[in-house]
Design a protein around this ligand. Structure first.
Ligand code: SF4
Length: 304
């Protein structure tokens, strides 16, 4: 950490205490942001942390739908998203209006939304899921047909793990799409002993080459427990920081260095400081939408 980062970090920690704030950071955040967070995790872990925090202010270092989820669960807390432009292109691939139209077309289908979706889309869904619990959530449903939104690749992966009939919305994560099957093949030639972990947002051709298909939280657990010393990581590059920090004797090789999410990287130490100084930009979900979205999120949290 250079002197400037150290100075900003000291100011952030002082203000965090004064504001009674907690800093939550997604596994894809910049290393220096992860390092000052109280909790670093995947979408499921962050939702659970938001639900149980006693802090008055939540500084959400991630993208908008994550801050919205915190606000859905904790309406009495101030939720800050240090850069208001940090959105998720995949979440933006479906609107509530489009979902309502599709529900009319598929009358009777049960809607499962990936947590990477807007509060309005969650409000139109029966239940929410994350990549960590998606198969468990789908298996728990007594439904003839499931409409899964918005990630077609996560949806496709789940459909290979269950007998449920699923219709998939054609959304995708542009960052995970940058990981190609050739990237994995090249890495396997370079590191023949390595285990290959990939995220279920990847395309099926990449998933076919993996030893394990895991959420980022699942990758962290796997990395701690495995005897393997070299691990090829098929997800957004930010996770390498956490994996390397937690497992000093092991080497983590990015499947593709192109897999960096520009939206996740919008959050910086400076913006966190400004956000705590100004208590802005805040994210809040209108109460009617919030209550309906919360029902979908709560159902997921009950399943775990
Ligand atoms: S990595 Fe993909 S899914 Fe995650 S925020 Fe970026 S674009 Fe959205």
């Amino acid at each position: 950490m250079d002197n400037r980062d150290a100075e900003i970090t000291e100011k952030i920690l002082g203000l965090k205490h004064k504001r009674k704030a907690v800093i939550l950071a997604h596994n894809y955040q910049r290393g220096e942001v992860q390092d000052i967070a109280d909790y670093v995790g995947d979408s499921l872990g962050l939702s659970q942390s938001a639900a149980r925090t006693e802090a008055e202010v939540i500084v959400f270092c991630g993208v908008r739908f994550m801050a919205e989820t915190a606000s859905i669960l904790c309406p009495d807390k101030t939720v800050l998203l240090p850069d208001p432009h940090a959105g998720c292109p995949m979440a933006n691939m479906i609107t509530a209006k489009e979902l309502i139209k599709k529900k009319e077309e598929l009358s009777g289908a049960t809607v499962v939304c990936y947590i990477n979706s807007s509060a309005e889309v969650k409000a139109e869904s029966h239940i929410c899921c994350t990549s960590a619990n998606a198969v468990k959530v789908i298996e728990s449903l007594d439904a003839k047909e499931i409409l899964f939104v918005p990630d077609q690749y996560l949806g496709h992966y789940i459909s290979t793990q269950t007998d449920k009939k699923m219709t998939l919305w054609p959304g995708f994560c542009p960052t995970h799409l940058k990981i190609r099957a050739e990237d994995i093949s090249i890495r396997k030639l370079e590191y023949p002993q390595a285990k290959v972990l990939v995220h279920p947002e990847c395309i099926p051709e990449v998933i076919a080459l993996a030893d394990e298909v895991l959420s980022t939280g699942g990758m962290c657990r796997f990395a701690r427990q495995t005897e393997a010393k070299e691990i090829i990581v098929g997800t957004e590059m930010g996770l390498i920081h956490r994996l390397s920090k937690e497992n000093p004797g092991k080497e983590f090789i990015p499947a593709s260095e192109r897999a960096a999410c520009p939206n996740m990287k919008l959050i910086t130490l400076e913006k966190i400081l400004w956000s705590l100084e100004d208590l802005a930009p805040q994210v809040a979900v209108p109460e009617g939408t919030r209550l309906r979205a919360k029902a979908a999120v709560d159902k997921m949290l009950e399943i775990g």
